[in-house]
Design a protein around this ligand. Sequence first.
Ligand code: CU
Length: 648
Amino acid sequence: MAIDTAASESTMRPTHPLEALTAAEIETAMAVLREDGRLTDAARFAYFGLDEPPKDVVAGFAAGDPVERRVRVVIVPGPAADVVEGVVDVGGRAVQSWHELPGMRPAMLFEESFNAIVALNESPEWQAALAQRGITDQSKVQIDPWPPGSFGLALEEGRRISRCLAYYRETDTDNGYARPIEGLVGFVDVGRGEVLEVADHGVVPLPPERGGYLRDDVGPMRDDLKPIEITQPEGPSFTVDGNLVRWQRWSLRVAMDPYEGLVLHTIGYEDDGRVRPILHRASVSEMVVPYGHTGPMHNWKNAFDAGEWGLGRMANSLTLGCDCVGVVHYLDVTFGNERGDPYTIENAICMHEEDYSILWKHVDLHGGTTEVRRQRRLVISSIATVGNYEYGFYWYFYLDGSMQLEVKLTGVMSTMAVAEGDGAPNGAGNAELVAPQLAAPYHQHLFNVRLDFDVDGTANTVYEVDSVPEPGGPDNPLANAFTTEATPLATEKRAQRVVDPARSRVWKIVNPETHNHLGEPVGYKLVPASTPTLLASPESSVGRRAAFATRNLWVTPYRPDERRAAGDYPNQNSGGDGLPRWTAADRSIVDTDVVVWHTFGVTHIPRPEDWPVMPVESTGFLLAPVGFFDRNPALDVPPSPDHCDEGT
Ligand code: CU
């Protein structure tokens, strides 16, 4: 069942500075921009988002205060490699800032990607290359425009381009990735809709199997799954007011950015009658999918799916009973399209509660008591489809004060055709066969989350905490002892760190000014998973462009304009922007407003079981309180009344 606890947000005036942008605000921003006179007819729009107010404005805001609203917009003035960043004051109906950025490319635009497909379809060279492969019906060819990366080619210069790959679909509903049209890459100037080059690296026959995964493709469905129904007869335990969500002691604001996807603001926990801040803002700042294959069809593939496509722009409309089950509350999301018109993705964000096994338990053999409590979590999720892949983003909040981000990877792998009898799909050994004559190159999915911590206030310090053995000797006669080493990360360069599972390495964010009842500073720890860093060389193109992925941890002092780990414009960027540029100053990060950047993800060595559609693989991290509370904060969770409260 779906619930609707909030009125239609789009028709209401925002009552808080961090509420989501409305259609009316986007329309006003466009009207102001048109009146301003600097927009060209050819202009397109790569981004509309809330220009977030400074933190002190948010912190000082009281209900009923006037709300200032500004819209941030990225304008693409024409076909060249230029963008303009504008900020429009909606209430004052004025263009507040206008910055021209020559040589910068926006993310891939949908309209231009479509134009690239049209241009290739009309290209005689493209048609000839297809004909050489026996393909004459172009309606059976799926063209995927890819962000091209940055490799110093002459045709990249001064242009916004795409490299296009092609796949063969016998029918409309075929799985195109089952039959890559290997060897063929189309280079298109997407701004001008011109085919620049059709590169043909040689014909490889289409793989024989169609790789279907639809119900009709796979034969009889299993018929022995009994229903699981989730019911909450009294409704869920959370409330939604605009984009303010309250659940148990937690409170936070939920929004979606076109590039970052889900954005959570002002995450706090009510303790002793007051809301204690933990995070001002949390979001996925960037992600990259670098491919590890040596061949010319695949060695340039490095998709920045946040900054080059957009985890919000690609968000699905979610479906009850499929994407989320139980008592679900959806939030719609309003964005501006490339022509400047507002549009809505319905049910883009899903919220629900899940039972999550036990929270705590003890059987007291002496006292004869058995106490057990159920854990549950609030889930805030969205799913983005970026070309062949799906990424599900799931933020979890738990009864014990911990929170977590889980990213679920699914969809269809990017593939390559290999010649019959070519048992090893390539000499270098960086792809795996997943079906006859079909291989999937090795690749990684590396995400970077930006965590603007405010643990009980803005002045925080980050410690790296390792658990280490102590040498045997007079002080440790049985050589069993181990201890912890907590190292404050004093400056940005010293805070560029990697995981160390053998030392149970965690990073602890503490407020040095606020102490718990044991006299220790209150804190939260970031518990990383066993997670890789970038395997491509730091000197490679992707190594320079995705330098954020060479470390699992970065820490910076808060700056509102330092938002995305690879910079604001990763598309065709030659690299060095974002974290490496900002942290070159090696600023102090002690007892200040810190931002923690955590890179995590998976290295994907494809399996036959990942084909034709990949079962979910998970990655993520945990944030858990460390001395933030004086004791287990979930002692007051009552026993589940129907099942295990023997006293009633
Ligand atoms: Cu993968």
